[in-house]
Design a protein around this ligand. Structure first.
Ligand code: GLN
Length: 252
């Protein structure tokens, strides 16, 4: 009797080993790629915007190229700009890629990769506006996209009471076009796109601030940060990065 039990036990153990082998075998056969969740705000052409249901733009394509290089599957989550850092901080998203300017205060909540673009904050006004310089903005109503550096600078320089906040940069530009506000402070590349799409507007020559964009990750996630930096460098070295830029930005 003891021997039978013993044999049964051996058989059961063998079966267990076999099934577990089978399981790992089948999971590697249908191997699913690890996802890389990118938080963005698809209201920021040419870096991220919607074409139908699809999110396209420089950040979307650069992140796709990085995900391909890392053998990961890119998933893009569209949200308000000021939800991106909280999403990355809480781990709901792995990266934030949204034409995001590196700032000391943001570094308290997230880490940034190497920078990948230079940018400027610029002022958009109506073509016939009396505002010709940054000084002329004093006491005027300035539209911004909520939570952006444009928002921070406008409030710091001209007073919070003079700032109108919109959830999309384009809404601020529309309000300007309708005469509801006097100026918009926003990043130069989206500014160019919005001005070209909206008759009667122009950009002031004098830029407001110089900035640099980077991708953010959860604070302390150096493993992902190093991977992103390595892939980014690869894309810069092999010309793919410039190819993406040239597709979306025509040299002036
Ligand atoms: N570069 C600006 C910032 O980081 C705006 C980015 C955006 O609106 N997507 O705040």
């Amino acid at each position: 009797m003891k021997r039978i039990i013993c044999l049964l036990l051996v058989a059961a153990m063998a079966a267990l080993v076999l099934t577990s082998c089978g399981e790992s075998g089948s999971s590697s056969a249908t191997e699913t790629k690890q996802t890389l969740v990118m938080a963005t705000n698809a209201e920021f052409p040419p870096y991220e915007y919607k074409e139908g249901d699809k999110i396209v733009g420089i950040d979307a394509e650069v992140m796709q190229a990085i995900a391909d290089d890392l053998g990961m599957e890119l998933v893009i989550e569209d949200m308000e700009f000021d939800s991106i850092i909280p999403a990355v901080k809480s781990g709901k998203a792995d990266v934030g890629a949204a034409g995001m300017t590196v700032r000391e205060d943001r570094l308290e909540n997230v880490d940034f990769t190497d920078t990948y673009a230079k940018a400027k904050q610029v002022v958009i006004v109506k073509e016939d506006s009396s505002i010709a310089s940054l000084d002329d903005l004093t006491g005027k109503t300035i539209g911004v996209q909520q939570g952006t550096t444009g928002d921070i600078y406008a409030a710091d320089e001209y007073g919070d009471e003079n700032v109108e906040r919109y959830s999309k940069g384009y809404e601020a530009v529309q309000a300007l076009s309708q005469g509801k506000i006097d100026a918009v402070i926003i990043d130069n590349e989206p500014a160019k796109v919005f001005v070209s799409q909206t008759p009667g507007l122009k950009m002031l020559d004098e830029p407001f601030a110089d900035e640099e964009y980077a991708i953010c990750v959860q604070k302390g996630n150096t493993e992902l940060l190093n991977k992103l930096n390595a892939s980014l460098q690869k894309l810069k070295d092999n010309g793919k990065f410039q190819e993406i830029i040239d597709k979306y930005i025509t040299a002036d």
